[in-house]
Each structure stands twice: as structure tokens, then as C-alpha cells.
Design a protein around this ligand. Structure first.
Ligand code: ATP
Length: 354
């Protein structure tokens, strides 16, 4: 059982700040994904939890116990890296048994747990094979199995699936989820793949530029992004951000006036500046007679979706519909955002108005 708490945790490399004042409270047995673009500080955050890097400021607690100064090998965390480090001179069985043997687990129990893990990972038929003879997919499975078998109360995985092919990745995603459910471990999972994070995690910590941007459930992050970074980063295609000019309480888009609903109007009235951004997901755009006029620039059909790209005065927006929706490049249309699902953002701070 272990919760993980970071308080004001900062990591600098020379004058460069890789992680800035991170506050993160991960609950016991929670599956948390740390998600963000390359270089935003995900791995550094993970390395501080593992004890590989020491923070310059702030603290790390496991279950209320301060572990900031505790060395890596005494933190009791399991860690799987992107580049699996297997004992290539050992068999699959040897790799799986290693951690249990170090812990002094009796032989019979080791055999039983190795058998169970091999079965779970579909490696039973390869138990006596040298691990160097495994495929890339199998090696990564073994790396995960080898760390999971000792049942660490905190299990850290840094991009564990990124070297694997797409079909296998999907299978491993669901295996990891059931592994975590059955072992009831606290799992922290670093990824730059939002689909992975959205599908796996109880909560996602979205990072950008060394800073935590939002920490919430996938549904919350999708429906109510905290700021324009999260709005743009989560969802594909990403949320439209339509500039609005406010004058005497009325909103104008680059392509004409837009009547806000009562909730958005109240938020706009309470806001001091005269400029706002209206955030609307492409699937929350409707084709209606009473919306904003737009010219269709491009229409793509992707799977069951039709994606329209529109010119809205000085800005471009996207809308997605069923593939049967009649729409062609050059069409003049009228687009109406579903205002109940839309948000206003302050263009200066990027923050969502509430
Ligand atoms: P990626 O997905 O590319 O691995 P990340 O979000 O995990 O990115 P980090 O690996 O945490 O990012 O790195 C954050 C920043 O800190 C990067 O700009 C990186 O170059 C820098 N950095 C990381 N480790 C060191 C180090 N040991 N010395 C100097 N700079 C470092």
C-alpha cells in the first residue's frame, strides 16, 4: 500500500529547470499517467520518485513517510524503462525468478509465482529460452513481468510500450491494466501518447514546460481542460480556439457575431479583458442555419468520421461528423458551437474561465 506525494518538487540541471515546483498527490493503488510533449520533464519527475535523481527543492513522501533522502534501492519501487534492461545471459525463468531469489522467497513459492507470471505474460512456452533469443515484444513483456513479480507497492513505468509494434502495444495496454488491478499497486506511467494515457489511467498528470498543467481524470481533462495548452494537447483533432471580441457584452467572432448562452455570458461579463478564446471540440460543432458563416477549405474522411476544415475569417476551425454528412470543399456553411460543452479561455493567461 503506498500513496506518493510530491510537494514543491523542483529539479534543475545547472541553470536549466527540468521540473518546476511539482505538487502531485497520487493515491494508493491509483494508476496515474504522466503525459506531455518531449522534454517537458516527465522522466525527470519519474526519476525523482524512483530516487535516481534528487530534487533541488521540495519533498517526496510515500504513504506519509519522507523518502526524499532515501536511496533508490531502499525505496521499494519497481521500475521499467523504455529500454528494457534484461539479464541477457539468463533464461526467461532466471529473469523472472531473480528478484524473488534476492528477497529470499522460498524455492517452491518462487516456482509458483514464476509460473503464474509466465502464464499471465504468455511466456510459459519460452521459460527455458535464453532471454537474448526473445523478440522485442517478448523482451519488453519479460522486463515488465520481472519487475512486477516482486509486487512492489509502487510500480514506475517510463514509456514501456514505445518500442513495440502497434497491435502488440494494444494487447500490452490491457494486460498492464489487469496486472495493476490484480496486484492493486500504485502505478505511475510516463507516456507522450495521449491514447495510452486516456485508456489506462485513473488520473492523468499533464505536463508542459517543466510544469504540471492539470491533474484529473481522463474524462475531466477532456471535458474541462484547465488551460489552452491542455485543450490543444488532448484530443485529436484538437479543440478549436476561436478568438472572440467582447463589446458591450456582445461577442464577435472573426466571422460575425455569436450569441453566447447564459453560463458563458456570465463568465464573459465577469472577465475584465475585451478578448477571449472560445474552446469548442470539433465534434461539438454543428451545421446549423443560425451559426457563424464559414467556408469549407478541405474535407477528409477518416474511418467513420468526416472532418471538415473551415475558414472563419482570420482563423481556421475543424468540425467532425458522421461520414455520410454532405460536405464538400468550397461549400459555404453555418457552424454553431454546442455552447453547453464549450469553454472560454483568457488569451493572456491561457486559463479557462469558470
Ligand atoms: P522525453 O519524452 O523526450 O523523454 P521528458 O518529458 O521525459 O521527455 P525529461 O527527460 O524529464 O523530459 O527532460 C526534461 C528536460 O531536462 C529536457 O530538456 C532534458 O534535455 C533535460 N535533462 C534531463 N536530464 C538531464 C541531465 N541529466 N542533464 C541535463 N539536462 C537534462
Amino acid at each position: 500500500m503506498a500513496s506518493v506525494t510530491l510537494e514543491g518538487t523542483t529539479k534543475r540541471f545547472g541553470s536549466f529547470t527540468a521540473v518546476q515546483s511539482m505538487n502531485l498527490a497520487i493515491r494508493d493503488a491509483e494508476f496515474v499517467a504522466i503525459l506531455g510533449p518531449s522534454g517537458c520533464g516527465k522522466s525527470t519527475t519519474m526519476n525523482m520518485i524512483a530516487g535516481i535523481e534528487a530534487p533541488n527543492e521540495g519533498s517526496i513522501h510515500f504513504d506519509g513517510r519522507d523518502v526524499t533522502q532515501v536511496p533508490m534501492d531502499r525505496r521499494g519501487v519497481g521500475f521499467v524503462f523504455q529500454n528494457y534492461a534484461l539479464f541477457t545471459h539468463m533464461s526467461v525463468r532466471g529473469n523472472l525468478a531473480f528478484g524473488l531469489e534476492v528477497q529470499g522467497v522460498p524455492r517452491a513459492e518462487t516456482d509458483r509465482r514464476v509460473g503464474e507470471m509466465a502464464e499471465f505474460m504468455a511466456l510459459s512456452h519460452r521459460l527455458d529460452a535464453p532471454s537474448a533469443s526473445l523478440s522485442v515484444n517478448e523482451m519488453q513483456k519479460l522486463a515488465i513481468g520481472r519487475s512486477a513479480i516482486v509486487e512492489p507497492s509502487i510500480f514506475l513505468l517510463d514509456e514501456p510500450l514505445s518500442n513495440l509494434d502497434a497491435a502488440f502495444r494494444e494487447k500490452m495496454r490491457s494486460d498492464l491494466r489487469s496486472l495493476q488491478r490484480s496486484l492493486k499497486q500504485t502505478m505511475v506511467y510516463v507516456t507522450h501518447d495521449q491514447i495510452e494515457a486516456m485508456g489506462l489511467a485513473d488520473r492523468i498528470a499533464v505536463m508542459d514546460n517543466a510544469t504540471l498543467q492539470q491533474f484529473a481524470s481522463p474524462a475531466e481533462i477532456y471535458a474541462r481542460p484547465h488551460n489552452t495548452f491542455v485543450a490543444g494537447f488532448i484530443g485529436a483533432p484538437s479543440m478549436n480556439l476561436i478568438p472572440l471580441k467582447m463589446s458591450e457584452g456582445a461577442a464577435t467572432t472573426p466571422s460575425g457575431p455569436l450569441q453566447l448562452d447564459a453560463r458563458l455570458q456570465a463568465q464573459a461579463n465577469a472577465h475584465r479583458g475585451s478578448e477571449l478564446l472560445l474552446g469548442v471540440r470539433p465534434e461539438d460543432m454543428t451545421l446549423s442555419d443560425t451559426g457563424i458563416s464559414a467556408r469549407t477549405i478541405l474535407v477528409e474522411t477518416v474511418g467513420r468520421r468526416r472532418i471538415g476544415h473551415f475558414d472563419l475569417g482570420t482563423t481556421r476551425v475543424l468540425g467532425t461528423w458522421e461520414r455520410s454528412t454532405p460536405l464538400a470543399a468550397g461549400d459555404l456553411v453555418s457552424l454553431m458551437p454546442d455552447l453547453a460543452k464549450s469553454h472560454l479561455f483568457d488569451p493572456k493567461t491561457g486559463l479557462r474561465l469558470t
